[in-house]
Design a protein around this ligand. Structure first.
Ligand code: 15L
Length: 268
């Protein structure tokens, strides 16, 4: 693995992983719709992921892709369609056309957000998206399955919880991942010799995790950080949040509450 493309490199995750990946791969190609000042060992190529020809150029000469570029929270249908559905398809298709070997797809806990917090779920559960955003990421996960099985692209789907320097509140004590643990998972996706298609949860070593992340551990993941070390500050931060009796029942939290008009008793 020499040249790695990072889409959506200007976003919150891109900013945090870049310093940890510099020097690991001989060249990082950064892409976004907004300009980025490249550091040593990086180059920047501006591209809109909804433009297939541009994405194909972006993938030229690339060995692996970390695909972050997307609407990263719930949004109206049109941006989700352009950025995540069409953009996602274009990245996988351009990777195939350009002979890219590996693709690490940044998916989300919101693909499974309507599972109740009492449940421990693993990488094989059915999707239960809590938002249009979650549905679009489930689509991306399915693209990964198809491009792996049909075209032999090696794909790792990382269902990311929340990437931050520390867990921001009580819910994040279950789903938080530190930037260095996330980079460890990304490197497994790019470098592990046996990746065909895998799904893992992007969480640190969290005592309150809702996930059985055995698949990540099987692939060699050894998280270095623990949300529980921040239990006090995260619990205190929660006191400042408005009450959300519906969101608190589900793993996806507030994403479940947005626009909710269903029957909560039927979501078992
Ligand atoms: C996500 O998928 C978002 O990208 C991130 O901004 C957070 O909202 C996170 O989920 C979360 O669930 O906390």
């Amino acid at each position: 693995m020499q040249r790695v493309l990072i889409t959506g490199a200007a976003g919150g995750i891109g900013r945090r992983i870049r310093p940890l990946l510099r020097g690991v791969y001989s060249s990082l190609r950064l892409s976004d719709v907004v300009a980025i000042e490249p550091e040593q060992g990086e180059e920047f190529v501006k591209a809109d992921l909804a433009d297939l020809a541009a994405v194909e150029q972006l993938c030229q000469g690339v060995d692996g892709i970390i695909h972050l570029g997307a609407s990263s929270v719930e949004d109206a249908w049109e941006p989700v369609l352009q950025n995540n559905i069409i953009g996602g398809y274009n990245v996988f298709e351009a990777a195939r056309r350009q002979g890219v070997r590996r693709l690490v797809f940044a998916t989300t806990n919101h693909v499974v957000g309507f599972y109740r917090r009492q449940r421990t779920i693993d990488h094989t559960v059915m999707p239960r998206p809590d938002s249009r955003y979650g549905v679009s990421k489930a689509f991306g996960e399915a693209l990964g399955r198809m491009y792996a099985d049909k075209y032999g692209l090696g794909v790792l789907n990382i269902r990311i919880g929340n990437v931050w320097e520390e867990p921001a509140d009580r819910r994040r004590l279950s789903i938080w991942i530190s930037p260095r643990d996330l980079v460890q998972l990304m490197r497994i996706g790019l470098d592990h010799p046996e990746i065909h298609f895998e799904v893992v949860y992007g969480v640190s070593d969290n005592a309150r995790a809702w996930y059985d992340n055995a698949n990540a551990y099987r692939l060699g993941y050894r998280p270095q950080d623990r949300a529980e070390d921040y239990a006090q500050s995260a619990t205190e931060a929660d006191l400042k949040l408005p009450p959300d009796p519906l969101g608190e029942q589900f793993q996806g939290g507030g994403f479940c509450t947005m626009e909710f008009s269903g029957d909560v008793m039927k979501i078992t």
